[in-house]
Design a protein around this ligand. Structure first.
Ligand code: DAH
Length: 343
């Protein structure tokens, strides 16, 4: 009698498991799922009813039957949870409206300094200039000596120039962060014979007091042309063409005598243009230039009798600030998206 009872319950367990599994695998909606729950798992369902019958099982079989009942309960619960999740995710898929616009992926763009540098370089490339680049870490010789800068020149001061804390090069002297792109001229001339026509964009560094117009790091574009018979007229014509391309045909340019160690004669270039400045009538200082000093040719081993050349240097930040009416140089490096997105 007791044995029969036990066999009967174990059979029931196996039948119930199959039944419940079939029912749960085939539910297609929430209502059917709830029906299955009521039938098997709910307080008055088949599973608790079967659990009740554990009382009738003889003591020596209680353990075995109890374990089977627990396993059954666990399996049915797992199948129930799986069915529920399947229904829920199907409902979610149905709720997706594929006609809604997608989420926009914000795309970046080139920094304003890069954009304007590219434009500047592009104009000179059309005139036949090649791009040349040099290292940000330079030597005292390339940055100063070869450019005819005397040993006592104030720019060489440790208060104005970032010197690196590393042993000096036996031939080229102390290492520093270049204060100008002019040393690229030197490297180009050391590596090739004339004719030379190069445009050299790059970052420069100075230990300036930082304010609205001074930054410890900024950008320049350097130009150099060396050939037989190059004259000041070539320099003027080239720069005038360049500025009119950059700022429009109404741009006027004037050369003001100045001094740079590496050019003789030297000039500062002023611009006046409808598209610039407040009144469009004032002159804005925009570049330095001149005819390459024979001492520079000598430093790189060029024949100063046979060749002549001109050089110029532009400050990119200054041009961009004038072009776009930007009041503070610090905006370029603060990476405030409200500023960057305007350009
Ligand atoms: N290197 C100069 C500076 O940083 C700019 C400059 C002036 C470059 C005259 C030149 C030049 O090539 O001829 O102020």
């Amino acid at each position: 009698m007791a044995l029969e009872m036990t066999v009967d319950i174990l059979e029931h367990i196996s039948v119930l498991e199959k039944e419940a599994a079939t029912a749960l695998e085939s539910v297609v909606d929430v209502k059917a799922l709830e029906d299955v729950r009521l039938k098997y798992l709910a307080r008055k369902g088949a599973l608790p009813a079967l659990m009740e019958r554990l009382k009738e099982v003889p003591a020596e079989k209680k353990r075995e039957v109890g374990q089977s009942l627990n396993t059954l309960k666990g399996r049915v619960q797992t199948l129930f949870d799986a069915a529920k999740e399947r229904l829920e995710s199907a409902a979610e898929d149905r709720d997706v409206d594929i006609t809604l616009p997608g989420r926009p992926v914000p795309d970046g763009h080139l920094h304003l300094i890069t954009q304007v540098t590219d434009r500047i370089v592009g104009i000179f490339r059309r005139l036949g200039f090649a791009i040349a680049e040099g290292p940000d870490i330079e030597t005292e010789w390339h940055n100063f000596d070869a450019l005819n800068t005397p040993p006592d020149h104030p720019a060489r001061n440790e208060a104005d120039t970032f010197y690196l804390d590393r042993p000096a090069d036996p031939r080229y002297g102390r290492f520093l962060l270049r204060t100008q792109t002019s040393p690229v001229q030197i490297r180009v001339m050391q590596s090739q014979q004339p004719p030379v026509r190069v445009i050299c964009p790059g970052r420069c560094y100075r230990r300036d007091e930082i304010d609205a117009t001074h930054s410890s790091s900024f950008h320049q574009v350097e130009g150099l042309a060396v050939d037989r018979g190059i004259s000041l007229a070539d320099l003027k014509g080239t720069l005038e063409f360049f500025f009119r391309e950059l700022l429009g045909p109404g741009t006027r340019m004037r050369f003001r005598p100045h001094f740079f160690p590496f050019t003789e004669p030297s000039f500062e270039v002023d611009l006046s243009s409808e598209s610039l400045g407040r009144s469009g009538k004032e002159w804005l200082e925009i570049a330095g230039c001149g005819m390459v000093d024979p001492a520079v040719f000598q430093a790189v081993g060029y024949d100063a009798e046979a060749y002549a050349g001109y050089a110029f240097g532009l400050g990119v930040e200054r041009i961009v600030m004038i072009l776009h009416g930007i009041p503070d140089i610090r905006l370029f490096e603060q990476n405030d998206l409200r500023f960057l997105r305007q350009f």
